[in-house]
Design a binder for this molecule. Sequence first.
Ligand SMILES: [Zn+2]
Ligand SMILES: [Zn+2]
Length: 342
Amino acid sequence: MLTPRPQPWWKTGFAWVFRWFDSEAGRDAQAVNARWGWLNSLPYLAMHAMCLGIIWVGISPIAVIVAVAFFALRMFVVTAFYHRYFSHRSYKLNRFWQFVAGLLGTTCVQRGPLWWAAHHRHHHRYSDEPEDTHSPVQRGFWYSHVGWILDPKNNYTHVERVPDLAKFPELRFLDRFCVLIAVATGAGMYYLGKGLAAAYPELGTSAGQMLIWGFFVSTVFLHHATFTINSLSHVWGKRKYETTDDSRNNWMLAILTFGEGWHNNHHHYQASTRQGWRWYEVDLTFYILKLLSFVGIVKGMKRVPDRVRERTAKVVRAERIRAERAGQLRPEPVAAGDSVTP
Ligand SMILES: [Zn+2]
Ligand SMILES: [Zn+2]
């Protein structure tokens, strides 16, 4: 294997800055000069700092309504598209709607669809094992919540984990230039505010207000709501099924994340489009996907088989107890020559 040639500091330093806009920039440079990795976190920290802008831009009902609506739209996008479609392929979209799903996904500022799906598939493969990128059991709350995203070693997309997605050039384009789309989304909010202020001055909003509330505040809330599934859903809640990881079902997180809180169900059977399997397990994303299936956008949603759904931890325990009792009544025959102590 060839060892990468050390490069001058300015080249590797600039690579970190370029990669804010092009996720493939400096892929090799990074390997030889990881001390510039902190530059990578700057936009993320800046996004949080921008929320303080509310002190200067003030507040109006319309700004809060837009922030909440944009949060809700993108919460749906993250769970329906990035998670249930791109990561798990639990239903089908045609190529046009697949592109729209990826494009909307990039407005969530959680990097591109390939990056997201590649890391998520890895999580399912090694859930709560030492290799798991964001296990709170292995690495603690903060690393599983946000630290892993800022960790330079998780920067690049592992294309080899998502060959089924990487074969579409339009998805690779979105993945590579996801940051530019995120910036354009912020600019869109700014101009929406500008337009509203000019057309409806009685709303009392402004370009700055819409940028801060509609984009930054909404996006930061969206991020932390999404991240609870990595950090809290493996430690807080009920384990209805005996999975090999520590995943939990938590109704509060399910409401906050539009159905993702039924995480133990999901780890028990990942292929299912629906994650709230009982009528009382509210799964807003599934209801919306069902509506989209009525108009023909979403097709082939996969169901959880009844036998899988019924095999709860309680059932498994009961089976085990029954087997043990049966074993006591009819002990295994002792092989000839074995010494048996009374
Ligand atoms: Zn998943
Ligand atoms: Zn998980």
